[in-house]
Every structure is written in C-alpha cells, then in structure tokens.
Design a protein around this ligand. Structure first.
Ligand code: NAD
Length: 511
C-alpha cells in the first residue's frame, strides 16, 4: 500500500515525516489566518464540484452503490455542509463575548476559538468520503493542520482522496496518509493535538488508549446496535417503508442503520406483511438484479453476514439468500428473535433485520437498557406518553422519532454517540466547535475606579473588606446586566438633553 505523500522513503519514516511537515506548517502559522482557511475550503468545494463523477464512480467500485445513494449520502451532503461552513465561518470564528457579572462590569470577558494544532482524522469504509472529508473540513475551518487517513478497505475512494487532495489543497498542512492497521498504528505513535476517529468500538478503544499517552483530546464516532421500537399505534405502512429504507440503504452498512426491531407479535405480523409488499415494489422479484441495491464491501464481511443468515435459518420470514461471487446478501427479515440469538450479539452492519417480540414499551426499555448505549434509538408511535416514557428512561447518542436516518440531515443537531457508541459529536456548527478549543480570557484595565472597587482583596484582611467583597461577588439573578452600559449611556444622554433644555429655557426667560 502506498502513502499519499510525495517521497518514497520507508513507510514508518514517511508517517513521522508527514506529521512533522504538518507540525512545521502549523508552527509557522500557515493554517491560522481566516483567509487561508476560507481559501482552502473554497478549493475543497471546487474539488467536490469538479470531481462529482469521479466520486460517484469510486463509490460504485467500492460498494456498487447506486448514483442516487452516493449523491444523497456523500457528494451532495459534503457540498452542502461545506457551503454552510464557508458561509458561517467568519461568524463562528469571531471571539464570543459571554455575559458577565456585576463584579466584571468594567472588564472584557472573551472566549477565543483556538485551533488545536495538528489533527488526525481516521475514516471508515462504509461512507468512505463523507466520514473522512467532512471532519477534515472542520479541522481546516478551525485553523488546524490535518493528517487524513482513509479506510484501506474502500480502495477506490482511498485512491481518489490520495490523488485528488494534493491537487487542490495546501500540501504541507493537509496531508493524506494511506494505509491499514500498520500505518494507523504508526500514526498513533505520533503526537497529535486532536484525533477524530470513525470506526468500530474495538478499534476506537485502541485509538483512545494511544491518545491517552499524550492526553490528546478525541472524538470517537463508533457503532453498535441501534434499536427500533414500533408501538401498536404507529402507521404500519409508513413505518415499514421508513425502517426498510434506513436498513437497506448501502446494504445495511450504515452506523445508524436500524439494527433490530422491538414490537409486539401483532405488530411483527403486520410489519412482515407490509415489508413483503414494499420490497417487491422497490426491488422486484429478483432483488439481486436491482441496480439500486449495494454490495457487501469485501469477502470477510460477506462471510460474516452469511454465517449470521445460516445461524438464523429457522427464523427467516423474508429473503435469506446470498451469492458469494457477487458479494450479495438478500434483504432478510428474521422474526421471533430472542436476545441470546447469535444475530443479537454484535452490530449486524448488513441487510439483515431481526424482530424481537416484546409485550410493551416497558419491556422494550428494559431490553435496550440491558445492552450498551446505542448510537441512535428509533421510536415509531403516535402516543406522546409512550414517546416521553422512552425519552425519559433510555440513553442513546441521539433519537429519531417516526423516521430513520433523517436526523443526520438536520444541521443544528450534533451527531455522536454515548458510552460504547462514541464520545463527542459533530455536524453543522458543532464540527467547527469540535476542532477548536474555547480559550477563556478576562481582560482587565488599569482604571482607578476598578482598582478601588476591588482593593478589598488585598491584605491586611478586615471584616469590612470581606463584607464589601461578598456584596460585589454575590450571585444576583435579576434582569441581565448585559444592557446596563447602554442603559447608563441612555440615562446620561437623557440627563444631558434635559439639562440643555432647562438651560435654554432659563436663558429665554432672562432675555
Ligand atoms: P474499523 O474500526 O475496522 O476501521 C476504522 C479505521 O481504523 C480504518 O481507517 C482502519 O484502517 C483503522 N484500523 C483498523 N484496524 C486498526 C488497528 N488495529 N489499529 C489502528 N487502526 C486500525 O471500522 P470500519 O470497519 O471501517 O467501519 C465500520 C464500523 O464503524 C462500524 O462499527 C460502524 O458502526 C462504525 N461507524 C461509525 C460511524 C459514526 O459516525 N458513528 C460512521 C460509520 C461507521
């Protein structure tokens, strides 16, 4: 495997060299100016726009993904996200002026958005462009240098990134390093100022452990089993379509794909009947021939899924076939699954959808809470009572009610996991915040009034000074003091106007 950097020295040395080059660029201040960041982001936008077909083709090669899914979930998604960053960056990067208390009325209280320094972004193979390039744009927007490591399993996309990025972006501050576990291990031996990782929970732990050595802050975008609870009140046809779409898009190889369904036996029967109709409508009698259905990334993942189907033979209600030569696994729905079944042990990450019957929402909550915290929890219900019961009694990275996947498209909703499903979040403004450190700063001046007011802090300590300090520091929860300076200006202005008016009146009476 080649490294996406210019020279051809041994790999390990090149990894260290790449990080050193990025560090040098950061230390020279290359990445900090807003002008540089905006220029790089505009170049990146041009790269997306000029290479849309190449991106779609790379995704087709890696996943046999349809154009529609590739555009919707990667190309257009990246373009729109980047447009928003470019549009908002100046505003986001401005120092914040938070509210200040009475004691700081004469001071400046500021929060600066500092870049971290040299950042590392490690991508996964299932959305090989979006999951790598979106955090990369956040790192650039934050004023960081960045090393990006695409997943070695999506070979065409990794090659696209390694070849294209150097043509559009600053080669010293934004560097692509290609490779698998060996190269990533080498990378993780280097010192980074922030690491953003997307992938499975087990590798996430390796990354976290490596980061601890340098106390490097991390975002871990991990996976897990995301449940769907379908209440008896849900519209079953709409629910079925939305669940199947979320499950079978990218052949189920999506971190937020519904992993399994919890519902009553009655709802299970209705779901299966509706699913048969929907799948027939979407993919026809021979789904393998449908151009809209993606393939499994490689033979290892295919064999893993094949073993899961084989272990569930007696529970198949829909589908169940596969073809190793084509890395095709049919859309498969399993019924009457129980928690101890093989299919319920790990994240499925493929087009198999088990249904676990439960009696009610209470049982569903218990089932969910007995397992690791999911990346997302889906609920389909018309009942506000059921909804608040689930919201109040479960913990998950996020929730989406009466739909699947669509929460990802809401820019104002930070996306990330909790517990085993991840640490930290991004999307929209949160991406910028993730890649910047909030540096708090109090700016005082040498005004004699301020010095006099706070002089009670100096020794010799007296009860009188303590009383005065307590009065100044006392927390007050009345109206905001934010507008006090304006009110004072207004009062002074009004007083002056009144004085001038009275003076003129007196003059005219005298004459
Ligand atoms: P993975 O953990 O196998 O690989 C992720 C990255 O880690 C790759 O770049 C890979 O090269 C690197 N890597 C692999 N082995 C390594 C090792 N031993 N040491 C260091 N680095 C190593 O994940 P994947 O198979 O690419 O992706 C699938 C997983 O990612 C699923 O669990 C899925 O849920 C999760 N995922 C999460 C999100 C999210 O946003 N939360 C998005 C997509 C995928």
């Amino acid at each position: 495997m080649s490294l996406g950097i210019a020279n051809s020295k041994p790999k390990q040395q090149n990894v260290a060299e790449a990080v050193e080059r990025a560090r040098d660029a950061y230390n020279r201040g290359v990445t900090r100016p807003l002008k540089w960041r905006l220029q790089q982001l505009k170049n990146l936008l041009r790269m997306y726009e000029e290479n849309q077909n190449a991106m779609i083709e790379a995704l087709r090669k890696d996943l046999r993904r349809s154009k529609m899914e590739s555009v919707m979930l990667e190309v257009a998604y990246l373009i729109n996200d980047l447009r928003s960053i470019i549009h908002n960056l100046e505003d986001w990067a401005k120092p914040e002026k938070p509210e200040k208390g009475f004691v700081n009325m004469l001071d400046d209280v500021v929060i600066y958005h500092d870049p971290y320094g040299v950042t590392l972004v490690i991508g996964a193979w299932n959305y090989p462009l979006q999951l790598l390039l979106l955090p990369m744009s956040g790192a650039i927007a934050g004023g960081n240098a960045v090393i990006v490591k695409p997943s070695e399993l999506a070979t065409a996309c990794a090659a696209f990134v390694a070849e294209t990025i150097p043509k559009y972006l600053d080669n010293d501050a934004i560097i692509v390093v290609e490779g698998g576990p060996q190269e990533t291990t080498e990378l993780l031996k280097q010192k980074f100022d922030y690491i953003f990782f997307t992938g499975g929970t087990s590798i996430g732990k390796i990354v976290y452990e490596a980061a601890v050595k340098n106390l490097t802050p991390v975002t871990l975008e991990l996976g897990g089993k995301s449940p769907v609870y379908i209440d008896n009140t849900a519209d079953i046809m709409i629910t079925t379509k939305r669940v199947l779409w979320g499950k079978f898009i990218n052949a189920g190889q999506t971190c937020i794909a519904p992993d399994y369904i919890l519902c009553t036996k009655e709802t299970q029967d209705k779901f299966v009947a509706a699913a048969k109709k929907v799948l027939q409508e979407w993919y026809g009698p021979e789904p393998q021939k449908s151009p809209d259905f993606a393939r499994i990334i490689n033979s290892r993942h295919f064999s893993r899924l094949q073993a899961l189907v084989d272990a569930s033979k007696d529970k198949i209600a829909i589908g169940g076939s596969y073809d190793a030569n084509d890395k095709f696994v049919e859309l498969t729905v399993l019924t009457n699954v129980v928690g101890s079944d093989k299919i319920m042990q790990d994240e499925i990450f493929g087009p198999i959808l088990p249904i676990v019957p439960v009696e009610n929402a209470y049982e569903a909550i218990k089932f969910i809470n007995e397992r690791e915290k999911p990346l997302v929890l889906y609920v389909f219900s018309k009942s506000d009572k059921v909804l608040s019961q689930i919201v109040d009694n479960t913990s998950s990275g996020g929730m989406c009610v009466n739909d699947t996947m669509m929460h990802l498209a809401v820019e104002s909703l930070p996306f990330g996991g909790v517990g085993a499903s991840g640490l930290g979040a991004y999307h929209g403004k949160k991406t910028f915040e993730t890649f910047t450190h909030k540096k708090s700063c109090l700016v005082k001046n040498f005004s004699p009034i301020g010095e006099k007011l706070a002089s009670g802090r100096y020794p010799p300590y007296t009860d009188g000074n303590l009383k005065m300090l307590n009065l100044l520091l006392r927390k007050r929860f009345g109206p905001s003091l934010k507008f006090l300076p304006y009110l004072l200006c207004f009062a002074v202005g009004a007083g002056l106007s009144y004085g001038i008016f009275a003076w003129q009146k007196a003059l005219s009476e005298d004459s």
